[in-house]
Write a protein that binds this ligand. Structure first.
Ligand SMILES: O=C(O)CCC(=O)C(=O)O
Length: 445
């Protein structure tokens, strides 16, 4: 952020009365405009309640709107029903601009026609090669659309490559092609990973019409947000627990779903039709499948914070129990505990020590910021280079951390090794947190 630009404060206040979700709220997914949804309302109504919302007008000033040709339909134009099947994005996407701003780097691409275990097969392509294939397939589809619709299906089956999970922001840190909407700025996961220059969870997706993401819930039990720069996505999404209705006898979940299957299995689900300039907030543990109904480009983050970190911790514990069970026959082995942690990191993405690292990092930054406040100085902690937390927010984060540390110290793995680094670090972090005044907390999700 340029030094003359004032930081924006994330104004968190104690939850207003009636924060719990009532039956009416839980019967549908709302569209709210960024022009009249406050940070505090989003925090308590949606994030804290783990309920989805679609936020409109979130990307008005993003630089990446240049990825769309000026003069073509504006990205927030919502195509009407009559145009629903017509894909006009190739006239919108500014391939030349994309090439002028982004080098010919290697990008991760999913082949939506090839299944690999419970996901799509992944390949790597050069970015310009991906763009050239995408452009060719658009023109081919358009040409064939004029000829015969059966041929179109064949053409689509030939080429359905989806550039996804692309760490563009990390790859080109000087290129500010978007800014994180305030709602999603309390993000402990990327706060740590970006600061330490590790692999983060900030992504760009570019996919042709009919590319899709198979049925899943997000990594670690994180939240995700996804904003369309151009194009339309269709989501089928369901509250946590509904996915069990789809499990087979071994507990395996399907690779793909559709409305017919969900109706057959009496699954409670919602359909979201997402247009350009709209962000979908996906709560923790909500399984979903996503289709690009037109050529689509989106920006997406996975993250967690004070609201859903207890859930991430419970997922970590569950995965640890699964690892222990898997290698129970080696439990007498020297270094069994360390071995479990290695396997946990391989299967889940992080292990207990990684998690404690993150909690220590988040706590230290908030304790320092609070100290600055107490001394009457400005809050020096900037989130995503532009947001600061007010004092209540800092205290709230710290109180949640303290509560979580209490749970962690009761965990079987942590208690088993009271002389270990793991136990000592949890205990000493808890002691530091206990030096801050505690506060009453609403129930955890
Ligand atoms: O847009 C997509 O294809 C998938 C997005 C997704 O699954 C998510 O944001 O959680």
């Amino acid at each position: 952020m340029a030094s003359d630009v004032a930081a924006l404060a994330l104004l968190l206040e104690p939850p207003p009365p009636g924060t719990t979700l009532n039956d009416k709220d839980a019967s549908h997914i709302c569209r709210r405009s960024a022009s009249d949804l406050s940070y505090n309302d989003f925090y308590w109504q949606y994030m804290h309640n783990n309920w989805p919302v679609i936020i409109t007008d979130v990307s008005n000033n993003w630089e990446c709107r240049n990825w769309i040709r000026s003069g073509s339909a504006t990205p927030d134009d919502k195509d009407d029903e009559a145009n629903a099947n017509i894909n006009t994005a190739h006239t919108n996407i500014n391939f030349d601009y994309l090439k002028s701003r982004i080098g010919d780097c290697l990008v991760p691409v999913a082949d939506c026609n090839a299944k690999y275990f419970n996901s799509h097969a992944k390949i790597e392509l050069r970015f310009y090669d991906f763009l050239a294939r995408w452009r060719r397939s658009m023109l081919q589809k358009e040409h064939e659309q004029e000829l015969n619709s059966n041929v179109i299906e064949k053409a689509m089956a030939l080429n359905n490559l989806y550039l996804k999970d692309w760490h563009l922001a990390a790859q080109l840190p000087a290129y500010e092609f978007y800014s994180v909407p305030k709602y999603f700025a309390s993000d402990w996961l990327n706060e740590q990973l970006v600061a330490l220059k590790r692999d983060d969870y900030r992504f760009v997706y570019m996919g042709p019409r009919n590319s899709w993401t198979s049925y899943h819930a997000d990594v670690f039990g994180s939240y995700s947000w996804s904003t369309n720069i151009v194009g339309r996505k269709k989501w089928l999404i369901m509250p946590p627990g509904e996915e069990t209705k789809l499990a087979d006898r071994l507990g395996n979940l399907p690779f793909k779903i559709d409305e017919e299957l969900l109706a057959e299995q009496k699954v409670r689900f919602f359909t979201i039709n997402q247009s350009a300039n709209e962000a979908v907030f996906v709560p923790s543990g909500w399984f979903h499948q996503v289709w690009n109904e037109t050529d689509t480009i989106s920006v997406n983050h996975n993250w967690f914070n004070a609201c859903n970190v207890p859930l991430v911790w419970r997922n970590l514990q569950t995965n640890m129990q699964a690892v222990r069970k898997e290698i129970a026959d080696c439990s007498q082995m020297e270094n069994f505990e360390a071995h479990c942690q290695t396997m946990l990191r391989a299967s889940f993405g992080i292990n207990y020590l990684d998690f404690i690292d993150l909690l220590e990092f988040i706590a230290a930054r908030r304790l320092t910021a609070l100290e600055h406040f107490t001394m009457g100085n400005k809050n020096s902690l900037l989130l995503f280079d532009r947001y600061t937390m007010n004092e209540y927010h800092l205290r709230y984060d710290l109180a949640r951390l303290r509560q979580l540390l209490g749970h962690i110290l009761e965990d079987e793995t942590v208690r088993r090794s009271t002389s270990s680094e793991l136990y000592n670090r949890c205990e000493s972090l808890l002691q530091r947190l206990k030096q801050c005044p505690d506060m009453a907390l609403p129930a955890e999700i």
